[in-house]
Ligand binder design. Structure first.
Ligand code: ZN
Length: 490
């Protein structure tokens, strides 16, 4: 039974996603093309994600700071491949003043206010931050430098979709400087693992992670590593990256330090980030035809108490609901929906669409028998629970939902991972189940490009296991020791 107003997944997966974004009140389109408004309920989820991630980032020794949204154009051309990667999706500030139009009916750009050097609205902050770092770093004593920024980012995307691809989005970006390559590379791997663990432990999402190919790596990086999640429709979604920048930016921005041996040296750097794209991944990983499904950890409302009453017993039922809420005071995010202008049925439906993990239904009969009806959002299972046990049962239920969602995500990833031995098999999988396809690839960009142009599938990453797997490239037949993860992706 599908929820009214939400397209079924098997009918139109893409519309199903948009319906959930709208009906769960996560976000909506704005008057600015490609830019979304994140609504209070969606933002509350983001805040819970942000809070936990911020804690983990700080625990790993990084400090938060904030850098300008504008970047001088010249900064972009300092690192040659970096500018190429972002040139086609920049918002550029050229003037700084408006004036009244001659017909008096509005305002126009004052041509006299043209900037000497245009400013780019940050599509990522390596350049502006490393210009700053060049003044912060002069000695080995200044290292390692470990900084994180929470910010908004602008990339002028032509085709947009809420959370998955928007012209403006929110993210965190870590930027660090190390005296040695070894230490920097170690952190690249650690941050990738941090994202992987965060996805599992907090978002109940299993992911694959590994190195990106040359064509898929970050513009300006030596190597990029990514976290890839599998969506229910068989498409992959990259939602976090960790970049080994080597000395590329240090050289471009003249970051130098005097080492213990008295020599002036270029340090090694890395950067890493996750964005509001994660919100899209969460929606598509856990939700069903009835609406959003949220892991309890990131549910702003973990349990909602819905009183069922008429005029005569209203006071008593509400009083009883208050008692239940009090018994749940140790659980953050318990609410009573006491609105009188909508029916209980309407409320069930609304909270179901919003993915609240546990619904507690309380009617006059429940009150008489000192109990309540608990309903699990992920399975729909109902349970009558005596009021004295309600706290234990809700806590247990939240824990079970969290574990069960992770298990489902693990199972989806396993069931949607296919190992193939030939290009024909590769194409067969794509025309049926899609998912992650494990295939040997020689590393040559021509073979990769052929696969991409003929099937739309791209290399997603080279996992640790894949890096040590001998076989023959499915395109050219050359011997290789690398089995890559391919997929059609968001
Ligand atoms: Zn090949």
């Amino acid at each position: 039974m599908a929820n009214k107003g939400i397209t079924r997944r098997d009918q139109d997966y893409s519309q199903w996603y948009l319906d959930i974004i709208e009906r769960a009140e996560l976000a909506e389109n704005s008057s600015v093309r490609g830019c979304m408004v994140i609504k209070p309920y969606g933002y509350a989820i983001w805040e819970l994600i942000q809070k936990e991630l911020d804690k983990r980032i700080k625990e790993s020794g990084h400090k938060n700071a904030y850098f300008p949204i504008f970047i001088p154009k010249s900064f972009f051309s300092k690192e040659a491949s970096h500018v190429k990667g972002f040139a086609k999706e920049c918002a550029i500030v050229t003037h700084y003043r408006l004036k009244e139009s001659e017909d008096g009916k509005g305002v126009v750009v004052d041509e006299g206010s043209k900037l000497e050097e245009e400013l780019i609205v940050r599509p990522t902050s390596e350049t502006i931050i490393y210009d700053t770092f060049s003044r912060w770093v002069s000695s080995w004593r200044d290292l390692p430098l470990k900084i994180n920024q929470w910010a908004n980012i602008v990339r002028w995307e032509r085709r947009t979709r809420p959370f998955l691809r928007t012209a403006e989005f929110l993210w965190q970006e870590g930027h660090t400087v190390y005296p040695t390559d070894e230490e920097s590379k170690k952190e690249v791997a650690e941050m990738l693992k941090m994202y992987h663990d965060f996805a599992r432990e907090y978002l109940a999402m299993e992911t694959l992670s590994g190195k990106k190919s040359e064509s898929e790596k970050f513009a300006g990086a030596v190597d990029t590593y990514g976290i890839e999640a599998m969506m229910q429709d068989g498409k992959a979604l990259q939602f976090g990256t960790s970049h080994d920048l080597g000395q590329n930016f240090a050289k471009a921005f003249e970051i130098m330090f005097t080492d213990k041996d008295g020599q002036k040296k270029y340090p090694y750097q890395n950067s890493w980030g996750v964005s509001t794209r994660m919100m899209g991944a969460i929606v598509m990983t856990h939700s069903d035809d009835n609406g959003l499904v949220l892991p309890p950890t990131i549910a702003p409302v973990k349990a909602v108490i819905i009183p069922i009453f008429n005029e005569n017993d209203k006071e008593k039922v509400l009083q009883y609901c208050e008692e239940i809420k009090e018994s749940l005071e140790d659980i953050e995010g318990v609410e009573i929906d006491d609105r009188e202008y909508v029916s209980a049925g309407f409320k069930f439906n609304e909270w179901e669409k919003k993915g609240v993990p546990v619904r507690i239904e309380v009617g006059p009969r429940d009150m008489q028998s000192n109990q309540a009806v608990l309903v699990r959002r992920d399975t729909g299972e109902k349970e009558n629970v005596g009021i004295e046990k309600i706290e234990d049962v809700v806590e247990k239920m939240l824990k079970e939902i969290q574990e069960s969602l992770l298990k489902k995500s693990e199972e989806l990833l396993v069931s949607k991972t296919h190992r193939v031995g030939s290009y024909d098999e590769f194409k067969d999988v794509l025309s049926t189940d899609k998912g992650f396809i494990l295939a040997h690839w020689c590393g040559n960009s021509e073979c990769e490009e052929q696969i991409k142009s003929e099937t739309k599938a791209t290399t997603r990453c080279l996992t640790q296991e894949g890096a040590d797997s001998s076989g023959k490239c499915i395109i050219c037949g050359k011997d290789t020791s690398e089995e890559w993860v391919f997929s059609v992706s968001y």
